[in-house]
Design a protein around this ligand. Structure first.
Ligand code: DLL
Length: 433
C-alpha cells in the first residue's frame, strides 16, 4: 500500500495545485520586490512590476537568476529576511571559487524537512523504521535535511554521517537499520564491503535506500538493489533551492515527483532560454514559491532533464522529473562530441563492471585524448593479457557505438580506484581550456 506524508497535497487535483501556485507566486514576487533590491532592479530592467504577475501563467515574464548572480551577490545580497529571522545557512560542496551559501528561516527549514519526510514515507518509511543517515552532516544539505525528515516521520534516526565504513556496517547490523540514506556511490561501496565481510542480501536488515546528490544510472540501481537486498529510491535536490527532497521517487520508480506546492519547475533551452514542453530535454529551472530567506525565482540549475505530467500509479499528482542526465557543466566536449559520464557508466554496467571508473581527458598536440580507467571486479580479475585485451576491446566498441568516439580503455585491478564517501569524482580533465 502506498503511504503518503501529506496525502491531501501530494495527491491534490491539478486545479488545486494550480490555485496554490497562482496565489503563492503572486505573494512571492511581492516579497522579492519589497525585500530584495537586487530582484527589484532585475524586474525593473525588464519593465516589470508585481502588478504584471497575476498568476503562475505569468511566470515566463520574470527574469532568470543564475549561479553567477549568486556569486555576484555573495554572501548577503539575495537575502529576503533580516538576519534576526534567519536561523541557519547551508552551503554547496563547490570546489572552485566562492561557495554558494543558502539561508533558512525556521519556516524554510520546516518546509524543507516536510519535503524530506515525504521522500522517506514514499520509500515506505514509518515510525517503526530505523533510518541510518550516511550523507555528510554540516554545511552539506544531505545529512541535516534527511535527518529532519526522518524525525518528522518518527523513524529512529541514526546520524552516522559519511565515512568510517566499518562502523557504518556495524550500526546497520547491530541496530537492524531498515532505511539507508547516502549517495549512490557510497551505497555501492557499502555493498561491496558488506559482501567482502560475508553478508549476503538476506543477512542485511535494510529494506530501502534513499540515494541521490549525484547522477546514477538504472544499471547502478539494479546492482545496489541486488547486493543490499533493498529497493533503491532516487532523491534530488540542490542547496540553492533548499537541499534534498525538492523531488523524490515513489514506488513506481519512474521519475521523481517535484514538490509542486513549494517549487515550480520549468525546462528551458539553455541557449535560447525558451521554455520547452513536456518530454523535451533541457535545463531545469526552479521557482521557490514559499521560501522566505532565500527566495530564488527562475533559478537555472544547469541540470539537464525531462519533465512528465503523465499519471503516476502511486496516486501522487505532482509532475515528475526523469533522472537528470548530467549537468550542462559536467558535460564533456571531447573532439567536438558531447559526452556525459552517465553514458559511459551505462556501457560499463551493461558489461558486468561495477561503477568504479575514472574518465581522464587531456589535450596533446591539439588533439583531445580520452581514457576510461575501469576496475575489474574480483570475479573477472586475471593477469592473462589476451583476456584483458579482449575485455578492453568490448568496452572500446561499446563506447564507440554509444558516443561515436574512440576511447582508450584501461582495465585496472580491483580496488585501485579511490572510493568515495560522498559525491564520486568521475572526471579528471587535464586540458587547460
Ligand atoms: O546534492 C542535495 C542533495 C543531498 C540531494 C542529498 C539529494 C540527496 P548540492 O550539493 O547543492 O545539493 O548539489 C546539487 O547535485 O544540481 C545535481 O546536479 C546533483 N544532484 C542532486 N541530486 C541528484 C540526483 C545536493 N538524484 C546538484 N540525480 C544538483 C542526479 C543529482 N543528480
Amino acid at each position: 500500500m502506498e503511504r503518503y506524508y501529506q496525502e491531501e497535497i501530494e495527491c491534490a487535483s491539478r486545479e488545486t495545485i494550480k490555485a496554490i501556485q497562482d496565489e503563492r507566486l503572486v505573494k512571492q514576487v511581492q516579497h522579492v520586490w519589497n525585500d530584495v533590491p537586487y530582484y527589484r532592479k532585475k524586474m525593473e530592467a525588464k519593465g516589470l512590476t508585481p502588478d504584471d504577475i497575476k498568476s503562475a501563467d505569468d511566470l515566463h515574464k520574470l527574469p532568470f537568476i543564475s549561479k553567477d548572480d549568486l556569486k555576484d551577490q555573495y554572501p548577503y545580497g539575495l537575502l529576503g529576511k533580516p538576519l534576526k529571522d534567519c536561523v541557519r545557512i547551508q552551503s554547496t560542496s563547490g570546489t572552485t571559487g566562492k561557495r554558494v551559501v543558502s539561508f533558512y528561516t525556521q519556516h524554510d527549514i520546516d518546509l524543507w524537512e516536510d519535503c524530506c519526510a515525504r521522500a522517506i514515507t514514499a520509500a515506505g518509511g514509518t515510525n517503526e523504521d530505523v533510518c541510518q543517515i550516511s550523507y555528510g552532516y554540516g554545511l552539506f544539505t544531505g545529512g541535516p535535511g534527511l535527518n529532519g525528515g526522518s524525525h518528522k516521520v518518527g523513524c529512529l534516526t541514526v546520524p552516522t554521517s559519511s565515512g568510517n565504513t566499518d562502523r557504518q556496517i556495524m550500526f546497520i547490523m547491530d541496530l537492524q537499520a531498515t532505511i539507508l540514506c547516502c549517495t549512490p556511490s557510497y551505497a555501492a561501496y557499502l555493498g561491496e564491503r558488506m559482501k567482502e565481510m560475508g553478508y549476503g542480501p538476506d543477512d542485511i536488515p535494510l529494506k530501502a535506500g534513499i540515494f541521490g546528490a549525484e547522477a546514477w544510472s538504472e544499471e547502478m540501481r539494479h546492482d545496489i538493489e541486488k547486493t543490499l537486498g533493498i529497493k533503491a529510491y532516487d532523491i534530488y535536490g540542490l542547496t540553492e533551492i533548499s537541499g534534498p527532497g525538492v523531488a523524490f521517487e515513489c514506488s513506481a520508480q519512474q521519475g521523481m515527483h517535484i514538490n509542486e506546492d513549494h517549487f515550480i519547475p520549468e525546462i528551458i533551452d539553455p541557449d535560447t532560454e525558451e521554455v520547452l514542453p513536456d518530454g523535451e530535454p533541457g535545463e531545469l529551472v526552479f521557482t521557490c514559491l514559499d521560501k522566505e530567506a532565500f527566495p530564488l525565482i527562475r533559478y537555472r540549475t544547469r541540470d539537464i532533464c525531462v519533465l512528465t505530467h503523465e499519471k503516476c500509479s502511486c496516486g501522487r499528482t505532482h509532475v515528475r522529473m526523469k533522472k537528470p542526465k548530467g549537468r550542462t557543466d559536467d558535460m564533456l566536449i571531447i573532439r567536438g562530441v558531447n559526452v556525459f559520464p552517465s553514458q559511459i557508466e551505462t556501457v560499463l554496467l551493461n558489461n558486468g563492471y561495477a561503477a568504479n571508473y575514472q574518465i581522464i581527458v587531456d589535450r596533446i598536440n591539439n588533439t583531445d585524448t580520452f581514457e576510461v580507467q575501469v576496475e575489474m571486479t574480483p570475479e573477472m580479475f586475471t593477469d592473462n593479457l589476451g583476456e584483458i585485451a579482449d575485455r578492453q576491446k568490448v568496452l572500446v566498441d561499446g563506447l564507440r557505438s554509444i558516443l561515436g568516439l574512440k576511447a582508450k580503455v584501461t582495465l585496472v585491478a580491483p580496488k585501485t580506484i579511490a572510493r568515495s564517501e560522498g559525491k564520486a569524482v568521475r572526471v579528471i580533465d587535464k586540458r587547460k581550456i
